[in-house]
Design a protein around this ligand. Structure first.
Ligand SMILES: *[C@@H]1O[C@H](CO)[C@@H](O)[C@H](O)[C@H]1NC(C)=O
Ligand SMILES: *[C@@H]1O[C@H](CO)[C@@H](O)[C@H](O)[C@H]1NC(C)=O
Length: 356
């Protein structure tokens, strides 16, 4: 057996051992992010062996093998962005193992779960759209529907990012898990947040332009539609996390469709861009694998901040210890004619606080 095969076998066994019951509710396909980056999903046979895909996703994989490396990349950028946005919070989006990825942290319908669903769905939309624009895929390219003269008088031209394709693919692949004969409350929540993630990419699309004409004049301008950076999407979704709405099933149905409504009837209804959750989050102060909490002992905190990154809140009142550390910075930078900047290295002693 080849080393890759052995690795796959071990992963599958581990998956069965660790994951079958506790991970049902996590986003299992995010395990793609943890695959070795040198293994590419090149052929249909590979689809059956991918850890974390449900049957329907394996079928989608087989019909779209060329897109699967982008799905994997989407999972990867989503996890990284989540860790960036949550770096100063008690739950910091750390991955627990390569199979269940976030452990039990996504078992309950909390705000954190809402954010991870949204960013994962946005990650796939973003990565697939990028791949379309770069010409890597047979099935899609630039968005050719954006053309002609705009009302502002410029010419559409160049490669507009095909967010319609990326978003549609993300919907098919990511939402596949949530489709069933009977939709549960939790599935409604997941579907909503997956959609909100894709909306964030669509809503942040911008127009980029280039000027043509004699040196610097803008006699003629050509423009195209460009996706936001993934950092901007992460920032937007973090704002949505902060303002997320607690929801429950609407007692009134429209036809046969179940609907989510704010739990507090005095709150204004959530929009398709908002994140929704079902239960308040735990405090994540102590280690508790059952809820996917690593606790905050040993976390670095900010001695002067009154926010969640400050020692009072981060350490949950347990207190912190302080030690002096030396940091090295670039300083006394001088501009030299022409053209470079030269800096010195300065050492500074600062306090580093860690939670007890
Ligand atoms: C997240 O927190 C855990 C412990 O709670 C810590 O081990 C880990 O280094 C943190 N990750 C980041 C990226 O800060
Ligand atoms: C600590 O918090 C203060 C106040 O919020 C902020 O100005 C400072 O930059 C923070 N320090 C670090 C190292 O993040």
């Amino acid at each position: 057996m080849s080393p890759e095969r052995v690795q796959l076998l071990i992963r599958t066994l581990l998956f069965i051992l660790l994951c079958v019951t506790p991970c049902i509710k996590g986003i299992r396909w995010l395990a793609l992010a943890k695959m070795s980056s040198v293994i590419s999903i090149q052929s249909e046979e590979n689809c059956d062996q991918l850890v974390g895909l449900i049957k329907r996703q394996k079928r989608i994989c087989k019909r779209n093998v060329e897109v699967m490396d982008s799905v994997k990349l989407g999972a990867h950028i989503a996890i990284e962005e989540c860790q960036h946005q949550f770096r100063n919070r008690r739950w910091n989006c750390s991955t627990v193992n390569a199979i269940s990825v976030f452990g039990n942290a996504l078992n309950h319908g909390t705000r954190e779960t809402a954010f991870v669903h949204a960013i994962a769905s946005a990650g796939v939309a973003h990565a697939v759209t990028r791949a379309c624009s770069s010409g890597e895929l047979q099935k899609c390219g630039c968005d050719r529907t954006v053309q002609g003269r705009s009302s502002q008088g410029f010419e559409w031209s160049g490669c507009s990012d095909n967010i319609a394709y990326g978003s549609a693919f993300s919907k098919i692949f990511v939402d596949a898990r949530e489709r069933g004969r009977k939709t549960s409350l939790r599935q409604l929540m997941n579907l909503h947040n997956n959609g909100a993630g894709r909306r964030s990419v669509e809503d942040l699309m911008k127009v980029e332009c280039k000027c043509h004409g004699v040196s610097g004049s803008c006699e003629m301008k050509t423009c195209w539609k460009a996706m936001p950076s993934f950092r901007e999407i992460g920032r937007r979704l973090k704002e949505k996390f902060d303002g997320a709405t607690e929801v429950t099933l609407s007692p009134k149905r429209i036809g046969s469709a179940k609907r989510l409504v704010p739990r507090n009837a005095n709150f204004k209804p959530h929009t398709p861009e908002d994140l929704v959750y079902l239960v308040p989050s735990p405090d994540y102060c102590d280690t508790n694998p059952k809820i996917g909490s690593l606790g905050t002992t040993g976390r670095i905190c900010n001695g002067t901040s009154k926010a969640i990154d400050g020692c009072d809140l981060m350490c949950c009142g347990r207190g912190h210890k302080t030690r002096k550390i030396e940091i090295v910075e670039r300083c006394l930078c001088k501009f030299h004619w022409c053209c470079y900047v030269k800096c010195k290295e300065c050492k500074r002693i600062v306090d580093e606080n860690t939670c007890l």
